[in-house]
Write a protein that binds this ligand. Sequence first.
Ligand code: AMP
Length: 423
Amino acid sequence: MSNRVEPIRSVKGTRDLLPPDTNLWQRVETEAHRVFAAYHYGEIRTPILEETALFARGVGAETDIVMKEMYTFRDRDEESLTLRPEATASVVRAYIEHSLYNQGGVQKLYYLGPMFRRERPQKGRYRQFYQIGAEVLGSQNPLVDVEVLEMLVLFLERVGIREYQLLINSVGCSNCRPAYLEALRAALQDVKATMCADCQRRGDTNPLRVLDCKVEADQPIIEKLPKIIDHLDPECLQHFDRVRSELQARGLAYQITPRLVRGLDYYTRTTFEITSGALGAQNALVGGGRYDGLSEMLGGPPTPGIGFSIGQDRLILAVQAAAALPQGNPLAVYVVWMGEPTLASAARLVRELRAQGVSVEIDYDPMKIKKAMGIANKLQARFAVIIGEGELASGKYQVKDMASGEQKELEPGAIAEYVKQQL
Ligand code: AMP
């Protein structure tokens, strides 16, 4: 009778990221750190657990995220906690909690990390997914909007994404949106009954959300609804015009998309999305926009803000599709040692090379040279260093270029430099 136990599998909608894929994840993250640092952003790390009220207030009680998708639970002391579904609300909470507004000027922050939403899993959509995002707090200057987009585009290009579209819109502000919402509600009165159940409900509770509807049959109806950019007040219109002209001046291509209102409640004025044809059905790669009222909604001082969030899982799919970054972690050197007396010298060389940042592999079990060279091949090592008793006596090791077959004799101290030059 077998008493093997059932193996436990990862939770639905979550996944393990394994090498060599994780190497690509690291490269993308390294590029994010580099590009954001060049624009003088600092990294913020907020907790994954937050009070549920943060998202109910910050993201909006009527949004799909808050209504259907949050991982919310009661802690042992009955407090309601939630695994963050996004990070902007957390960043603004931290901005208020640490009075970052007292530091003067604008605060430019970026983050990387996992988010949690209970969505229906499919390719490019997970329940634990990863975002790379940035936020600027303390300026409503439209040039800041444009700089944020410029940085985003530079980052995408740095990781090799060429095929993408920048979609922009303005959703106005608390001054002009109410009149637009009235116009939208009035227009919906006539057509609502013919729309999907969600739209019928949203038509009353949150009519802006109707514009997000993906139901095929509703699309022609939505196309004819009033457009928010036709209802902007003079300040919002001027802001949007400046964003557009400056994008043009910097050679950043965009497309105005009047229906782009985004799924979260906190957006004001500029909203944007970046889509990529390489992604199939889940083609939204980046979402973002301005949220000038969010700080106040969370109990902070009036503070305009703008930010974006890149879906890292989807970014990796797009990078792979573009074959843009080399994959895997290439091995520079495999060290072959022949006979017990050479092991100590081999181990010393391995340690020295690794200390100089050269990636090295060694097997500690003795084996025949043929087998060891077979392993060097299988690992796709760029070089094999061979140390036998002869090499030990002469003080010069054999360094074999595995691609060309060329072999050189080098003193141990010269190997790191030689290998680095060739890589
Ligand atoms: P959002 O926070 O909804 O504006 O989303 C920003 C970006 O995060 C989207 O454009 C996607 O690339 C990514 N994203 C959102 N939800 C998921 C998910 N469930 N799985 C994978 N990526 C997601």
